[in-house]
Design a protein around this ligand. Structure first.
Ligand code: ADP
Ligand code: GN1
Ligand code: MG
Length: 362
């Protein structure tokens, strides 16, 4: 089915002009659609939802609908611009948040947030600080929201213990005979077993509070205003689920404290940035004040290590499985991604005390 035909099912005024791939997400397929209207050109984000992963699209889209509507009301109350500061779903003619084609493909449409970008690498430290404040505020928004209404989209998403077990299964199966080639990465991954259950244990024992978190807090999931350099909007709401703020903090650190792209083949250039870590910690903690518990605070550095490690073993597992989960555009991309993550983990382990000291400072 053509994009024009798919888009014709949504409440969009104007004449279809074009629809091209957009952005750099690994899971859904994102397109930018352009329409001619009497007020000039108007853009929309069209996304083909990865329904292999998100098997309950109705539950997923209901989460996004509830949270964006709640967010919208809050932004209006404080006199902000909800079309810019929140994702806004465009509904179908029959008032649904997504459209299902006859071939069982699922699509959703968002209002395009103009003059704002999601960055794949930190270009200015203030962007990273800004993203910390934005993700912190988003976590607090989810705290105020009656989150019992949310459906748990991907149970065990950040269960590092389960991710570790999955890696072991993939090493065992070695379906594509890649295990030998990646022996150093496998050895490193397995040697870190002592850490894998740290946060899971704290959560399941009740020592650390469960919160509803974003769970995919990389820098490119916050749009930053290209004129003012301020954070505009948190996007990519597919993984809002019960979790720990150590996960959200950690995933941001994993992505942003790397001076290179996540998939750089030049692993030797990957050096964990302590100044950027401090920038993010300062921003994130400025939002939480005393609402963060002692145990959460103390475990923020471990959250950074574990989210980076977990992402590394997910990339490695996918490499061993034949690149079936994360979108790739070239050979060994998942292996390069793995190496980047593991290099960051090594740097963080070597700097753990400094990371903790920085948390104590704010
Ligand atoms: P994925 O789940 O595949 O990562 P995202 O929802 O993060 O998909 O979207 C991919 C990219 O598309 C983002 O990184 C961002 O650059 C861009 N994008 C997504 N939604 C919008 C929007 N409403 N306005 C402008 N850009 C957007
Ligand atoms: C995926 O969808 P995207 O590209 O924002 C993944 C995250 C990983 C990230 C690594 C649903 O995020 O968990 O941390 O890639 N999302 C899902 O870049 O698996
Ligand atoms: Mg994304």
């Amino acid at each position: 089915m053509s994009f024009q035909k798919i888009l014709s099912n949504f409440n969009i005024d104007g004449e279809f002009v074009s629809c091209e791939p957009y952005g750099s997400g690994h899971i859904n397929r994102t397109y930018c659609a352009v329409f001619n209207t009497k007020n000039g050109k108007k853009r929309y984000i069209l996304q083909k939802i990865n329904s292999k992963l998100f098997t309950n699209v109705d539950g997923l889209m209901n989460n996004i609908k509830l949270v964006t509507e709640f967010n919208r009301a809050e932004i209006e109350k404080r006199g902000g611009d909800p079309l810019r500061e929140s994702l806004t779903l465009v509904y179908t003619h029959d008032n649904k948040a997504y459209y299902k084609t006859e071939g069982d493909e699922y699509y959703r449409v968002y209002v395009f947030i103009e003059d704002a970008l999601g960055y794949d690498v930190v270009e200015k430290p203030e962007h990273f600080y800004e993203s910390a404040v934005a993700f912190g505020k988003f976590a607090q928004l989810l705290d105020r929201f009656d989150n019992s209404k949310l459906f748990e989209v991907l149970p065990n998403f950040h269960n590092t213990v389960m991710r570790f077990e999955n890696l072991k299964k993939s090493i065992q199966a070695d379906k594509f005979n890649r295990a030998l080639e990646v022996k150093p990465e496998i050895d490193f991954a397995l040697s870190q077993e002592k850490y894998v259950s740290t946060i899971v244990d704290l959560l399941t024992s009740g020592k650390m509070p469960w919160r509803v978190t974003h769970n995919d807090t990389k820098l490119n999931n916050v749009l930053i205003d290209t004129k003012t350099d301020k954070a505009v909007c948190v996007i990519d709401l597919d993984t809002m689920m019960p979790g720990s703020i150590c996960y959200d903090f950690g995933d941001s650190i994993r992505f942003g404290c790397n001076p290179c792209l996540e998939d750089t083949p030049e692993t030797e250039k990957v050096i964990f940035s302590m100044p950027l870590y401090e920038e993010y910690a300062r921003g994130y903690l400025s939002v939480f004040g005393d609402t963060i518990t002692k145990i959460e605070r103390e475990n923020l550095p471990m959250g950074a290590i574990l989210m980076t490690y977990e992402c590394g073993i997910r990339f490695l597992t996918d490499y061993l499985d034949g690149d079936v989960y994360f979108r790739t555009s070239r050979e060994r991309q998942n292996l390069d991604r793995t190496r980047t993550q593991f290099k960051l983990v090594k740097d963080m382990l070597a700097n753990f005390d400094k990371m903790s000291k920085i948390i104590e400072k704010y």
